[in-house]
Design a protein around this ligand. Structure first.
Ligand code: PLP
Length: 326
């Protein structure tokens, strides 16, 4: 007989947010709160003591490394954004590689065949399936309108006991973007990003899980591919980063490398908001390094599901109007 004095569920009351009930894209992966914490999960369960990671990546990945007091070494990449492996990975070490912009899946495949204790950061490649046996993590908010959330695939059978995160205090930028516009929510976006710093590893929140189950993944992938292809047609002859584009890839942005000073700032002035990947690289590397050059001159043009071919045309016209002949 249920206890009606202290009932376990509620009936009635007000209506909550109603979202379509679809399916998550990775139902079988471990659901966590952030990508950086997925790295922590791997480092704990695999017991690594040393990690090799690229100079060209996001500084938040150092959070778990420092928390666990691991030894870490940076490695360089070449002009194809492939790793320069001049170190040896032993049983207690691992190597992290980033699937840059979602267009380095072939390099991931090659490394998976040869590289011991490889960890793949697919934060920029949500749709790139994990290679069996290779620890891989994803960050959901780079591809979809969610406040946080990550997926982890690991070959380790060990599991950590986790409490579940809540996202309620990190939602304001998404709500403002929906009700007002993206610019109105920008300050909140920065603040909510900062709230993600130095959190413990937790299970993905219920809210983020519901938001992710409501996404039309096929539609989003098709839009990204279509927009990316269009930009590639427009820019492939002047792009200083030679993209080997595989039509199966679903990139995060179109990475356009042009060594033209101030182009990024001029685009932002015209309200084409292009992010810098990654500002910390300016502190980590010398100004004559390739990584510094990439951080300074790579223009990351959005290709996501929010944009039509008309938007892409508009953006291309702006970029082309700013190009200076040499
Ligand atoms: C390549 C890369 N990996 C990992 C992360 C961290 O993702 P999360 O914010 O989900 O921890 C970021 C950015 O935040 C990133 O750019």
């Amino acid at each position: 007989m249920p206890n009606f004095t202290h009932p376990a569920r509620t009936i009635g009351g007000y209506m909550g947010l109603q979202l379509p009930e679809g399916k998550p894209y990775y139902p079988d992966l471990i659901k966590l709160n952030t990508a950086r914490n997925s790295l922590e999960y791997i480092l704990i369960t695999q017991g690594y003591t040393t990690i090799y990671l690229p100079f060209f990546t996001c500084e938040v990945l150092l959070e778990p490394i420092k928390r666990l007091q691991l030894h870490y070494h940076f490695y360089k990449i070449n002009e194809h954004m492939d790793p320069i492996i001049d170190f040896e990975v032993d049983d207690h070490s691992c190597m992290l590689y980033t699937n840059y912009f979602g267009v380095k899946t072939e390099t991931v495949r090659q490394l998976s065949k040869t590289q011991k204790n490889l960890i793949i950061d697919n934060a920029q490649a949500f749709y790139a399936a994990p290679v069996p046996g290779i620890d891989t993590f994803y960050s959901c908010r780079k591809f979809f309108g969610v406040p946080d959330g990550a997926y982890l695939y690991t070959r380790s059978p060990k599991r950590l006991e986790l409490t579940r995160d809540t996202s309620i205090d990190r939602m304001s930028h998404l709500v403002k973007a929906a009700d007002l516009d993206v610019e109105a929510g920008y300050a909140d976006y920065v603040r909510n990003n900062n709230v993600l710093i130095d959190n413990e590893v937790k299970e993905m929140s219920k809210l983020t899980q519901q938001l992710l189950a409501a996404v039309d993944y096929d539609y989003c992938a098709a839009k990204r591919r279509e927009n990316f292809r269009f930009l590639h047609e427009q820019f492939k002859d002047i792009n200083e980063f030679q993209i080997v584009y595989n039509p199966e890839d679903v990139p995060m942005v179109y990475p356009l490398l042009l060594s033209q000073d101030n182009l990024k700032a001029q685009l932002i002035e015209r309200k084409v908001f292009v992010a810098t990947y990654w500002p910390n690289v300016f502190d980590w590397t010398a100004s004559d390094s390739l990584e510094y050059h990439l951080a300074k001159y790579m223009i990351s043009l959005p290709v996501d599901q929010r944009y039509s071919s008309e938007d892409m045309n508009y953006m291309v016209d702006i970029v082309k109007s700013l190009l200076v002949e040499d």
